[in-house]
Structure formats: structure tokens, C-alpha cells
Design a binder for this molecule. Structure first.
Ligand code: ADP
Ligand code: MG
Length: 703
């Protein structure tokens, strides 16, 4: 028997939960904290001092020596700078650990080295972190000891957001305010806010750490830049949902325990489609907490892997030829009195509030398809989107049979008289229960699918923060709600006005609805006919941030200023150029110092063999043929290497960031492909004993 795990006990044991605050704080302070959490506003410094002390005492009891403001700069990952609770010793040399309210609320990391896209001139390097009271503080334990982490937002001296959390929080407020106007129209007087909820499904790969360490491409780029396909890939579909191997199972168990301690509701685990690929999904929660927790999930996945002699790859496309990894972002809106605005009920045709919400979302997604696409763009995701395994780069919405039928009725006749019902699914076996069928089947190829009571945005990359996609979703839907409410609040006859508006939105924006196969080539042509944008790459998507339409949207709701948007666009170009540059340099390094020398050695061995065989008076034609073939590919590889060196040097000397990013995409990437091709062919020709790095087969099957 294995040791019994008390999950209820360990859950959130490393989190300073509301429950712990209630226990440890005086009643009035607890009430003040709760009020700020629920309704916003600022905690008084006196209360902050009390909270800080309680938080520190709890942390120290649990072994903490330091605290950090934990924030999410535009690198897409998290940042921390540790400060010990240590203070000046008194006259007698005694020291008391301290943490003040001021230190809890505000920090000032010297943040001049984070990407700011021109937001902070170098002489003005002040950045501030501010406590996000709605996301609980937690303890992180690693070789540094135990650190109290306080989730914070990160802003510049002049108040511009330098992070991913600030705009997200702003967008949550915007969508809450506008959604409240909608539910008020339908008679809800109780709700005080509308909360965006998010459940991200996280895909990842695990490889053996020893083998990982033999591959510079995995180390520096997080993906393989070379590698011939293994004889077996994912074609048998035997890995998906397959039995979990012992070593992976031990990893998953450890990972769950670590996450549960951090208050992350790790719920579902399974093997994914590609060999060595897996998935973990938590239960959904408030958007900003889901974003923070997803960062913890990614970080913990990597950390725990080390303990098992494994490395976790979060890159969107670690291996060519098999599926890459994404992150399905499940999103919904609910009132604080318990109504999910995306729940259609059994008869959506009669649920007018739902239909209005749906019409607004359809309008929002159609109007801002470019922004939504951009929000899922990252360097690795360029390998997935539109590549026949992941959603296409074209945004469309899948509503399912039932809702599509309701929309059709509304558009055609102005009335929706009935809803298709699910009925029973007969199993045909007397001992098996017959099942209630959902009215809607799944569609796995849609980038934005309605799945029962939420939308599932499936474009997001596995390594990316989910902050941007949710910021955009909240923002675009807030805008549509606002425009609807502006009209409806003034309407003389609300019923008629709502009815007309639903019909109008659905009619005008129905082109975004597509229930067919999103991976099919015909869809690309059909989408073009419909005038839907097909934005193929991260750099092409970036300018969506700074169109007039986008600036108007974000400034209206105070989510981003024009300057913040421009800085983000610039950072995208910089990030892209730097990332591809690293990949190119890694290829140059591996080709020049590993592959080409190995092939040279092998061809020398072949040449020696040819001579020896000939000297012995035998026929050396096969050896000669091999030698010729290998030498030919070697020459091709060397030429391609020279060319990659030239274009990479050219690229890195460019001054204009946007032009530079496009040059990396158009010229450097094709030079990389040209080098990869002959090296991968050589891998199939050269003696395996002489091949300098572990192969795809060894990496993905021998875990
Ligand atoms: P799948 O079958 O696509 O894997 P699941 O039903 O298991 O989907 O849910 C995937 C994710 O969606 C989980 O994180 C789950 O908690 C989340 N989810 C479920 N309902 C909602 C909702 N109303 N809003 C946001 N996320 C939700
Ligand atoms: Mg899913």
C-alpha cells in the first residue's frame, strides 16, 4: 500500500488564504481586507501594517526568510527579487524579523532591464510594484529557502503598465461594469460585479534530462532545430489518453502535490497526442488568479521535472512532424450572485439575456478578430497556428448545432421558435445506462468554440502567459456590451429593442460563425471570401494592437493607453528578432561544431574503407556511392551554413526593429530551413555511433 495522501490537508497549505486571514486578523481589519477585495479601493496603511505582520508571522512559522513582490513583466514569465525580513539589530545585537504594510503594498525593484518598448527612457528606470490584494500571497520553496511571494502589478513612475497583470485587472473591471449594465436591463438588481473566469488546459512535453543536456537547441531555443523524424510518430494514436508510464506517473503525482499546496486545483491529467506529450488542467477560477496560477503551473512543471531526471518542454513546437503544445483557454462570465452569462439553459431560444450576450460576443469577436489573433501570437506559436494540427490562423467561432440553428432562425425570420434538443444516446447494451446527449457535438478544429457554458479559445501557445488573451477577450466583450447597453438603456420598448439588436448583431456578424472543419484548405478560401483576416505570423499580427480601432477600444475603457500599445508592439518585434537570432546562432553553432565535424569524420572513415576494400582487391562501389552521397550532402550543409551566417549577421545589424523582425521571419528563417534539410538527411545516412546528439526517437520514446 502506498502512503495515504491527505489532499484536503495539504491543499493551499502554502497559501495565505482568506481563511487564514480570518483566523489571524482582528475582525475589523479582516473586514476591511474583504471589502477591498470585493469592491476595490485602498487598504489603509494601518490595516496594511496589521496584514503584513500576520502574513510575515505565518510565513516565518512556515520557514520563510524572505519575501518578494512577484510580478509579470512583458517577458511573459514572472520576476522576483528577494528581500530578507531581516532588520537593523538593536543595541544588544538582537534582530527581529519585520515586514511592514508599506513593504507589502508597494515595491520599487530597479527594473531598468525589463523590456519596456521605449516606455521608460533609460534615465528614468523607476518601476513600482503594487500588491494585487485579490490574488493570495503564497510560499515558494526551493534551494533558496522559503520565500513569501506577494502577487503584484508592475508600473512605471508615470503609471504606465509595464506588465501583463495591470491591463488584465483593468479589463476585468471594464467587462464587469459593462456586463452589469446588461444584467440590470433584465431585472437583476442583486449582482454587484461580473467576474471573468478562466480554466487553462496546459500541454507539455517531458524528455530525459541527460539527453536534453546533449542538445544545445533544446537548451537555448527550447525546441529542436534539427532532427530527422523517428520511424514512429503519433500515427497510431496510441499515446493519446494511453496508460501513463511509471516514470511519468511519479512526476505527475509529485506535480499535483506541489500544485495543490500552492492552492492550484490541478484536476485532470492525461497523455496527449504526440509521443512524450501530456496535459494538465486545473479547475477554472477568477481570471487574474487563473493567470497567476498558470504561471505557477508552468514553473512547477519545470521544477518538479528536475527531481525526476526529466526536463519539461513548454515550447509550442519542440519536435517537427508531431503535434505541438497549446493551451486551451476556457473563458466565461458570471455574476457574483451566481449566474453564468454563458449558460444557455435547455431552451436557448427563450433565454433572451443569453442571446443578447451571445450576439455581443459574436460581434466582438468579428470586429476584433485581428486583436484576438494577436493575443495568441508568440514566436513558438508561429509553428502551430494554421499548420494542420492546431487551429488555423483565421479566427472563427463554433457555436454547435443547437445555437447555430437558433442564430439561423433569428437571422432568417427574426424569431427563434424552438431549440434542437439533445435526446438520449442509446448504448444498445442492456447493462449500460442510456445517456443524455448534449444538444451540441464537439468541434476540435475551431479556434474559438462554444463548449456548453463557456468559450474555449484554443489558439493560445503552451509557453505563453494567458494574460493577454483574457485581457483582449474582456476588453472586446466590454465594448460590445457597452454599445448594446447605450442603446437599450434608452429604448422605449426594451423587448422590441433587444429583439432588434440581437437580430442586427447576428446578421451583421454571422460571417465569423463556422461549424465546419477548420483544418481544411477550403476553409482558408471560404474565409477569404467572407473577408475574415488570415494573419499568418506573430510579426504580421503585431500591428493589430495599434490600429485606430484598437486604440479607441482600449482608451475608452482605460485598459491601455496609445503609448502602452505602441510599446507592446515594439517589444513584439524585439522579442521576435532576438528569439530567431538565438535560434540561428544555435544552428550555426551546432552545425559548425557538431554535425559537420561528425560527418567529416564519417566520410573519412568511408574513404579509408574504400581504399582498404580496393586494396584488398574487392568491389568498393557501395562504399564509394555512400561516400559520394554523404560528401554531396555535406557540401550542401556547408553552403547553407555559410548562407545562414551571412543573413544572420545582416539581420542583427539592422536598426529599425519592425523591418528587422520581418527580415528574420522572411530571410533568416528560410536560411535556417535550408540548413536543417541536409543535416536531417545526413542523420539518416551517418553511422548512428558517430551521430553527435540524441535523436527524435531517443528523446521522445525513451523517456
Ligand atoms: P475539455 O473536455 O475540453 O478538456 P473540460 O470540461 O475538462 O474540457 O474543461 C476544461 C477547462 O474548462 C477546465 O479547466 C474547466 O475547469 C474549465 N471550465 C469549465 N467550466 C468553465 C466555465 N464556466 N468558465 C471557465 N472555465 C470553465
Ligand atoms: Mg478542451
Amino acid at each position: 500500500m502506498s502512503e495515504v495522501l491527505n489532499v484536503e490537508e495539504i491543499f493551499a497549505s502554502k497559501v495565505f488564504t482568506l481563511g487564514k486571514m480570518k483566523e489571524r486578523l482582528p475582525r475589523n481589519v479582516y473586514k476591511e481586507v474583504k471589502k477591498v477585495m470585493d469592491q476595490g479601493g485602498e487598504l489603509s496603511l494601518a490595516a496594511a501594517d496589521v496584514v503584513a505582520k500576520a502574513m510575515k508571522d505565518w510565513a516565518v512559522e512556515n520557514g520563510a526568510t524572505h519575501y518578494t513582490h512577484w510580478f509579470q513583466p512583458l517577458t511573459g514569465i514572472t520576476a522576483e527579487k528577494h528581500d530578507a525580513f531581516v532588520t537593523h539589530p538593536d543595541e544588544e545585537g538582537r534582530m527581529l524579523m519585520e515586514f511592514s504594510g508599506k513593504e507589502l503594498i508597494k515595491g520599487e525593484p530597479d527594473a531598468s532591464s525589463f523590456p519596456s518598448g521605449g516606455l521608460r527612457a533609460t534615465f528614468e528606470a523607476r518601476g513600482y510594484t503594487a500588491w494585487d490584494i485579490t490574488s493570495p500571497a503564497f510560499l515558494k520553496e526551493d534551494a533558496t529557502g522559503v520565500i513569501l511571494c506577494v502577487p503584484t502589478a508592475f508600473c512605471s513612475y508615470t503609471g504606465e503598465a509595464l506588465d501583463k497583470k495591470t491591463p488584465l485587472l483593468r479589463s476585468m473591471e471594464a467587462v464587469s461594469q459593462q456586463a452589469l449594465r446588461i444584467v440590470r436591463l433584465f431585472g437583476n438588481t442583486e449582482a454587484t460585479k461580473v467576474v471573468a473566469s478562466v480554466g487553462p488546459e496546459q500541454e507539455y512535453f517531458l524528455v530525459d534530462r541527460e539527453k536534453y543536456l546533449q542538445r544545445e537547441d533544446l537548451i537555448f531555443a527550447g525546441r529542436t532545430l534539427f532532427g530527422a523524424p523517428a520511424p514512429k510518430g503519433q500515427e497510431l494514436e496510441d499515446h493519446y489518453f494511453g496508460a501513463i508510464r511509471e516514470r511519468i506517473g511519479a512526476y505527475m503525482k509529485d506535480l499535483n502535490v506541489e500544485l495543490w499546496k500552492l492552492g492550484v486545483t490541478a484536476k485532470t491529467q492525461h497523455n496527449e497526442v504526440a509521443p512524450a506529450q501530456h496535459e494538465l488542467a486545473p479547475i477554472y477560477e477568477t481570471a487574474n488568479i487563473a493567470v497567476d496560477h498558470n504561471q505557477l503551473v508552468m514553473e512547477t512543471m519545470k521544477k518538479v521535472a528536475g527531481r525526476h531526471g526529466l526536463t519539461c518542454l513548454l515550447h509550442e513546437k519542440p519536435f517537427a512532424g508531431v503535434n505541438g503544445s497549446g493551451k486551451h483557454n476556457n473563458w466565461s462570465l458570471g455574476t457574483d450572485d451566481g449566474v453564468n452569462l454563458l449558460d444557455p439553459g435547455d431552451t436557448p431560444n427563450e433565454n433572451i439575456q443569453f442571446l443578447l450576450v451571445l450576439a455581443c460576443i459574436i460581434k466582438a469577436v468579428d470586429t476584433h478578430a485581428d486583436l484576438l489573433r494577436q493575443s495568441a501570437a508568440d514566436v513558438g506559436n508561429d509553428h502551430r497556428l494554421g499548420a494542420n494540427e492546431a487551429p488555423p490562423a483565421i479566427i472563427s467561432m463554433f457555436l454547435g448545432e443547437q445555437l447555430e440553428d437558433v442564430v439561423r432562425q433569428l437571422v432568417e425570420t427574426g424569431e427563434a421558435a424552438h431549440s434542437i434538443q439533445g435526446g438520449k444516446l442509446m448504448t444498445g447494451v442492456s447493462t449500460l445506462p442510456d445517456l443524455d446527449k448534449d444538444a451540441t457535438d464537439r468541434n476540435r478544429t475551431s479556434p474559438f468554440a462554444f463548449t456548453g457554458n463557456k468559450f474555449e479559445f484554443r489558439m493560445v501557445g503552451s509557453s505563453d502567459s494567458i494574460a493577454s488573451p483574457n485581457t483582449i477577450l474582456n476588453a472586446i466583450v466590454a465594448e460590445a456590451f457597452c454599445e448594446a447597453a447605450d442603446l437599450l438603456e434608452k429604448a422605449e420598448d426594451l423587448d422590441i429593442a433587444v429583439h432588434d439588436l440581437i437580430k442586427e448583431y447576428m446578421t451583421r456578424h454571422q460571417r465569423i460563425i463556422f461549424n465546419g472543419d477548420g483544418y481544411a484548405d477550403e476553409w482558408v478560401r471560404e474565409a477569404e471570401r467572407r473577408g475574415l483576416p488570415n494573419i499568418k505570423s506573430m510579426v504580421e499580427a503585431a500591428s493589430a494592437l495599434t490600429t485606430d480601432k484598437s486604440i479607441r477600444l482600449f482608451e475608452k475603457f482605460g485598459i491601455f493607453t496609445k503609448v502602452e500599445l505602441e510599446s507592446r508592439e515594439e517589444i513584439i518585434y524585439e522579442t521576435y528578432a532576438k528569439t530567431i537570432n538565438i535560434e540561428a546562432l544555435t544552428m550555426i553553432d551546432m552545425a559548425g561544431r557538431k554535425y559537420i565535424p561528425a560527418v567529416v569524420k564519417y566520410s573519412k572513415a568511408l574513404a579509408d574503407t574504400v581504399i582498404a576494400v580496393r586494396d584488398a582487391g574487392a568491389d568498393a562501389s557501395v562504399q564509394t556511392q555512400l561516400l559520394n552521397a554523404v560528401s554531396g550532402k555535406l557540401a550542401q550543409a556547408k553552403n547553407a551554413l555559410n548562407r545562414l551566417e551571412t543573413v544572420t549577421a545582416q539581420a542583427s545589424a539592422m536598426k529599425d526593429v519592425k523591418a528587422q523582425a520581418f527580415f528574420y521571419k522572411d530571410s533568416v528563417k528560410s536560411a535556417m530551413d535550408e540548413l536543417r534539410a541536409p543535416v536531417d538527411q545526413l542523420e539518416m545516412m551517418v553511422d548512428k555511433e558517430m551521430w553527435p546528439v540524441p535523436t527524435y526517437g531517443e528523446l521522445t520514446f525513451e523517456v
